[in-house]
Design a protein around this ligand. Structure first.
Ligand code: SF4
Length: 293
């Protein structure tokens, strides 16, 4: 089990293994101290369909991030020492989870939880003792240590797992960590042993593993390589969500990273590889299920 008294004072929660004392005010790469901070809590309708049953997904956006992608789509929240963070004690987060359930949330969706994972688990335990019954979504960049996931996994119903790339050059250019491909492959190997199948339950909620892949600008070749790997390794046990509407944070204008021809090629490749479980954005926004392509 996590020991909250010691885990943050020599932090090795994620693959960076900074060895900093977050209790005594030292910052590691994630840019957050030991006290949880959250930028936003609410019922979110912008997630994939099987996460937004009832009145929406009960999202909790934690500030900071262990990855720091160069063009993060949530930069105001994920940046080190984000001014948007509000401190949360274990009890306050437990109370918030109960409130989300009362508001009609379909699930509790922890966005970028890695660097606070030990505290989040303790809060879930506290909330459970008080009747909290929502399923848990662990919404992660994928930059995780398997040792940490082993403690987290018993509490997680669904991983919303980014697989950003398996290409070292793309990882260096976009993910802030050249070793991202090595890390994510180990994470997937572990999760395959824990979430052996993914399905939509009677409430319309997805349980298991929902993989998100955002296609970066000028990285279509790397995406195609990822899809070949996905077909061989995950298509039978996971759902896939493909996104390609992107924004450079400083420019603020969203655009498609695929041309019409590339989109066509992508659809044909998904059909050829028989990847039929999941979702994809349309060229003009909107979302489609992969089995209707
Ligand atoms: S959680 Fe933060 S401080 Fe801890 S190892 Fe990761 S980046 Fe470093």
């Amino acid at each position: 089990m996590f020991d909250l008294k010691t885990i943050y004072n020599n932090c090795r929660i994620c693959p960076h293994e900074c060895n900093v004392d977050r209790i005594q005010g030292e910052f590691g790469i994630c840019g957050e101290l030991a006290t949880m901070r959250i930028a936003s809590v609410g019922l979110h309708l912008g997630e994939e369909t099987p996460l937004i049953t009832k009145k929406g997904s009960g999202t909790l956006f934690f500030t900071g991030c262990s990855l720091h992608c160069q063009h993060c789509q949530n930069i105001e929240i994920s940046q080190s020492k984000s001014p948007l963070g509000v401190p949360y004690s274990l009890q306050k987060l437990a109370f918030t989870l109960l409130q989300l359930e009362k508001m009609g949330a379909a699930n509790a969706n922890f966005v970028t939880p890695t660097h606070f994972a030990p505290s989040i688990i303790e809060s879930i335990k506290l909330a459970r003792k008080q009747g909290f019954s929502l399923p848990i979504v662990y919404n992660t960049s994928g930059y995780e240590k398997v040792e940490t996931l082993k403690y987290v996994d018993p509490f997680v119903d669904t991983y919303l797992l980014d697989i950003k790339t398996l290409d070292y050059t793309v990882a260096k250019a976009f993910c802030g960590s050249r070793d991202y491909p090595d890390v994510i492959l180990k994470v997937v190997d572990y999760l395959k042993t824990k979430k052996t199948k993914t399905f939509i339950d009677n409430e319309g909620f997805i349980r298991g593993l929902l993989v998100r892949h955002l296609i970066f600008p000028d990285c279509f070749k790397a995406t195609k390589e990822f899809l070949y790997w996905y077909a061989d390794n995950l298509k039978e046990r996971a759902y896939l969500s493909i996104l390609f509407h992107f924004v450079y944070p400083k420019q603020g204008k969203r655009f498609s990273t695929l041309s019409n021809e590339q989109y066509e090629e992508l659809i044909n490749l998904l059909k050829e590889l028989k990847i039929t479980k999941g979702y994809i954005q349309g060229l003009n926004y909107g979302n489609y299920t992969l089995d209707e392509l």
